[in-house]
Write a protein that binds this ligand. Structure first.
Ligand code: 5MY
Ligand code: ADP
Length: 294
């Protein structure tokens, strides 16, 4: 039985007669192949990447497992359509907090059409992509059983200045419920989610080490998904913080050149997460010192 993914935070979404991804109970995520070159390009990437003997396990773990393509009933009622069959990254998670971060100050590949480049350029300029090297594409933060999720309107997250982006990344790891998200974030879970030898920062650094070296692919318009279970963090258990790379519709061959665009955005994101870990109460201490408390 196929259904609409319960934890999708960005991208094209199924429902209301629209074409979007579906999931099944066995842990597979079916992403419709977009009819134009985006679909064929993403399929080309997954086919190349999954058979690339130079990709070792410590890197392939950052990508959804690829199970080929399959004809399934499309969510928009248009009949049987080819879909990429991928690992469902939210499988096994009960109430995941998830953020989709589109990496790179430039989201278009050089071979894109002039019209597409202009559309992306406009978005990159109007959002935090250009100044920060990434934009928050979509987010859901679990509050608790009573309040459910905080899922702000996507466009409101995309053009935030640096300080606001940091605030959202703090809220992401705070104990606030979804109804008190406008309160100062307490960063209660920053150390357990972002920190530690297996936490988000350390995973991002492992990914960065690969990007400093790999010249096989250029990942335009790709996203890093960051996920964890706040419910577990609230119970003092390991919240299972994980990063994954998704959306390869605009990946091109690297031809021996470092992917500076992705690397730059990744370094910028790493700086944000590091600063939150080093000084989670930065804002509070600033306010207290202005008020003469410190
Ligand atoms: O349709 P829109 O305006 O929401 O734009 C889509 C983007 O949404 P966002 O900028 O986050 O609002 C969307 O971004 P996300 O994947 O949601 O981050 C894609 O950039 C998508 O383009 P493509 O399918 O990758 O070529 C974009 O779709 P297309 O317009 O290129 O079909
Ligand atoms: N393999 C996956 N497993 C679970 N959720 C996924 C997976 N791939 C994507 N998603 C969810 O779907 C959203 C959109 O995915 P994406 O590949 O970017 O689609 P689009 O090409 O429509 O932008 C992501 O933000 C994420 O929430």
């Amino acid at each position: 039985m196929l259904k609409i993914p319960p934890h999708q935070v960005a991208g094209h979404q199924a429902g209301n007669g629209k074409l979007g991804p579906l999931v099944d109970e066995s842990g597979r995520f079916y992403k419709p192949l977009q009819g134009d070159e985006r679909g064929s390009n993403e399929l080309k990437f997954y086919t190349s990447f999954s058979s690339n003997s130079r990709i070792l396990e410590h890197i392939s773990k950052f990508f959804p497992t690829f199970y080929g393509t399959q004809l399934i009933e499309a969510s928009d009622g248009s009949g049987l359509k080819p879909h990429l069959v991928l690992e469902d990254l939210s499988v096994g998670r009960v109430n995941p907090s998830i953020v989709d971060i589109k990496i790179g100050s430039r989201t278009w590949a050089p071979e894109a059409s002039e019209e597409y480049i202009q559309k992306c350029l406009k978005k990159d300029r109007e959002t935090s992509s250009l100044p920060l090297g990434f934009r928050l594409s979509g987010i859901q933060i679990y509050g608790n059983r009573e309040s459910g999720y905080w899922k702000p309107e996507r466009t409101s997250m995309q053009n935030l200045p640096a300080e606001e982006v940091k605030l959202i990344l703090k809220k992401f790891v705070s104990s606030n419920t979804s109804t008190d998200m406008d309160l100062q974030p307490d960063c209660a879970f920053a150390a357990t989610v972002y920190g530690g030898s297996t936490g988000i920062l350390s995973q991002l650094l492992e990914m960065k080490a690969w990007f400093e070296d790999q010249t096989m692919y250029h990942f335009y318009s790709c996203s890093i998904l960051i996920m964890f279970e706040k419910g577990l963090a609230l119970e003092g258990q390991n919240p299972g913080g994980q990063i994954k790379l998704i959306d390869f519709a605009h990946v091109i061959e690297g031809r021996g050149v470092i992917d500076h665009n992705f690397l730059g955005g990744l370094c910028s994101l790493i700086k944000f997460i590091s600063e939150i870990l080093t000084d989670p109460n930065e804002h509070k201490s600033l306010v207290s010192s202005v008020n003469g408390v410190n």
